[in-house]
Design a protein around this ligand. Structure first.
Ligand code: HEC
Ligand code: HEC
Ligand code: HEC
Ligand code: HEC
Ligand code: HEC
Ligand code: HEC
Ligand code: HEC
Ligand code: HEC
Ligand code: HEC
Length: 347
């Protein structure tokens, strides 16, 4: 063992020009950990812990030119050093990820509210910690390019990703479009909310509205910006607003955007796969409106403002009210004024 290490150190010394800028303290860590790619140790749990650190990858990482090995491995100060009593590979991750907290306290605090941390607390060993999403030594810019974000999540959520990448949003991301949502636009990266609480579905007016009410953004695609206002002023949006913040069985009663459009499989309404395609609408409404017939969706305004062309009857009634109500109100005021005038004059 010691012979191999001496050799490793010698090789490392000869290769010195390549890592001349790396501080001396780091040379000594990499003298052992950066030279032999097969370096590893056996853990009591039966797994092998690889001990090789790719020096070039570390150098190119976001920390490469500013952190020392000992910034994260604070217990390793002398050589050879003591090894921690790890049983499994996961123990290593759990122990060292805590170090990220030191410098990235804000993100660490956010994860405490996230579904992954809560699942990890309950003993779910697969739930993502910093290192699972970012790596440990070869950490890159997490959102460059933007497709990288959804790729990160897809490592563990492949089923969702496979559906998403075929959707109107996912397809555009793959083509390099930066306007459409990636996983974290809806879920956040660190404080990922638990979707089972139903709260996500009620919050969709905000989540989707961020882009779908942005006139500059929507103009590029010729899409309407009134989908949110029309939703909020119809019974579904109103019911959802009323239910916000209330807990209980009825949490998912009101329809959010995603109850009609789908979640990860959102398509253009003209796409045969779309849940809001005319021929699929009865089924979509039927999820909540038992016994909905073909006429049921027809009786509903969708996102349309009533107009002379789209639904002339509703439009006419609306116009009538727009004229009639102000007329009645103004007449009422005039009448009161006349009464007052009479009282004053007759006195
Ligand atoms: C003389 C060679 C040598 C040097 C120098 C060295 N290590 Fe190690 N390191 C080892 C060996 C061997 C192991 C496996 C320990 C075992 O088998 O008990 C190890 C294990 C580790 C581990 C995994 C086990 C644990 O307890 O975390 C880390 C992390 C580590 N070293 C970090 C470092 C850092 C950081 C430095 C520089 C400050 C460093 N090492 C310097 C040889 C070395
Ligand atoms: C930004 C913090 C950070 C820095 C800087 C860092 N490490 Fe690590 N290191 C970690 C984390 C986190 C783990 C646990 C990774 C895992 O579970 O896969 C780890 C694990 C290790 C291990 C155990 C085997 C492995 O890869 O999981 C060794 C050996 C090691 N580091 C050596 C080094 C050396 C040598 C350097 C300096 C070149 C260094 N580390 C710099 C965070 C860091
Ligand atoms: C000793 C302090 C320190 C520790 C410990 C540390 N970091 Fe960093 N990290 C930094 C600094 C400083 C930067 C800023 C680099 C930059 O923006 O160029 C940074 C940048 C980053 C970035 C890129 C940020 C961006 O805006 O693109 C990520 C991701 C990151 N760190 C993740 C981690 C993870 C994961 C860990 C734990 C394994 C960790 N860091 C541990 C200091 C630290
Ligand atoms: C579930 C995966 C995941 C986990 C777990 C995670 N991150 Fe991130 N992180 C991301 C993604 C994706 C981004 C890119 C920004 C975005 O999309 O919001 C990011 C961005 C960052 C950034 C740079 C930009 C910013 O928002 O400040 C830092 C620094 C960072 N994470 C550190 C951490 C630390 C520290 C932890 C652990 C406490 C952690 N992350 C846990 C996925 C994750
Ligand atoms: C290291 C693996 C891993 C990564 C990477 C990861 N997750 Fe997770 N995530 C899990 C596990 C495990 C669960 C628990 C549910 C399960 O077993 O499917 C979970 C649960 C969730 C849940 C709650 C849903 C449920 O069924 O409990 C959401 C939402 C979620 N992840 C979103 C994300 C997002 C967004 C990203 C990327 C920023 C991401 N995850 C990255 C492992 C991961
Ligand atoms: C346009 C917004 C949006 C995007 C983009 C998005 N999600 Fe979701 N996701 C949601 C909503 C809303 C729910 C809750 C669905 C419900 O209430 O039934 C959800 C539910 C989930 C769940 C839990 C339920 C399930 O279907 O397993 C996971 C896991 C998840 N998303 C992961 C991801 C991942 C990974 C990505 C990226 C590939 C992603 N999401 C992209 C909005 C989105
Ligand atoms: C980050 C911004 C963003 C968010 C958040 C977002 N979208 Fe989109 N959406 C877009 C863009 C941009 C397009 C146009 C994509 C294209 O045509 O290539 C689009 C397209 C669509 C389409 C297809 C419209 C058509 O006729 O072509 C529907 C339907 C849709 N989104 C619904 C939703 C719903 C529902 C949500 C919330 C769960 C949502 N979107 C969240 C940006 C966003
Ligand atoms: C009750 C079901 C339902 C709800 C709830 C709903 N939509 Fe729609 N949406 C539809 C139908 C049906 C269409 C197709 C209209 C048509 O083309 O005739 C549509 C069309 C769209 C379009 C395409 C518009 C265009 O200009 O081509 C977008 C974008 C959209 N909806 C977004 C949303 C958003 C965002 C929400 C939540 C604020 C939402 N929808 C809520 C049923 C619904
Ligand atoms: C996720 C469940 C859900 C879906 C999907 C859904 N709705 Fe509703 N809808 C409701 C709820 C809940 C109400 C009652 C709101 C209130 O008045 O409190 C409602 C009310 C209505 C009303 C008012 C009259 C009535 O029956 O109470 C109409 C009309 C309607 N929905 C049409 C539709 C159409 C058309 C579709 C399909 C495009 C649809 N809904 C899809 C949940 C849903």
């Amino acid at each position: 063992m010691s012979k191999r290490m001496l050799l490793a150190l010698a090789v490392a010394f000869l290769a010195a020009p390549a890592w001349a800028e790396i501080p001396a303290e780091q040379d000594s860590c990499l003298g052992c950990h950066g030279s032999d790619p097969s370096m590893s140790m056996d853990l009591p749990g039966g797994e092998k812990l690889p001990l090789h650190v790719d020096q070039a990858a570390f150098g190119k990482s976001v920390h490469g030119d500013m952190l020392r090995c000992t910034d994260c491995h604070t217990d390793k100060t002398d050589y050879p050093h003591d090894s921690k009593p790890f049983k499994t590979r996961r123990d290593v991750t759990v122990a060292y990820y805590e170090q990220c907290k030191k410098c990235h306290f804000a993100n660490y605090t956010k994860t405490l509210d996230g579904v992954h941390f809560q699942l990890a607390q309950k003993g779910n060993q697969q739930a993502a910690l910093c290192v699972d999403c970012h790596g440990s030594h070869a950490i890159g810019r997490p959102a460059e390019p933007r497709t990288r974000v959804s790729q990160t999540c897809s490592n563990c959520h492949k089923q969702v990703f496979d559906v998403y990448k075929e959707s109107v949003h996912g397809k555009a991301v793959t083509q390099g479009n930066g306007d459409v949502p990636v996983c974290t636009d809806c879920h956040h990266a660190h404080d990922v909310a638990d979707p089972r609480a139903g709260a996500l579905s009620l919050r969709t007016a905000d989540i989707c509205g961020r882009c779908h009410t942005d006139p500059k953004l929507m103009k590029r695609y010729g899409l309407s910006t009134n989908v949110v206002s029309s939703y909020l002023s119809d019974f579904h949006g109103m019911a959802a607003s009323l239910q916000k913040g209330k807990k209980g069985k009825s949490d998912r009663l009101a329809a959010g955007c995603t109850d009609c459009h789908g979640v990860h499989d959102i398509q253009k309404p003209s796409d045969p796969r779309s849940s809001v395609m005319k021929s699929n609408l009865v089924k979509t409404c039927g999820k909540c409106h038992a016994g909905a017939t073909a006429d049921f969706p027809k009786a509903w305004m969708s996102h349309y403002e009533p107009s002379l062309k789209k639904s002339p009857l509703v439009w006419t009634v609306q116009l009538f009210y727009y004229v009639l109500i102000p007329f009645i109100l103004v007449s009422l005021l005039v009448q009161i004024a006349l009464h007052l005038w009479r009282v004053v004059v007759n006195r």
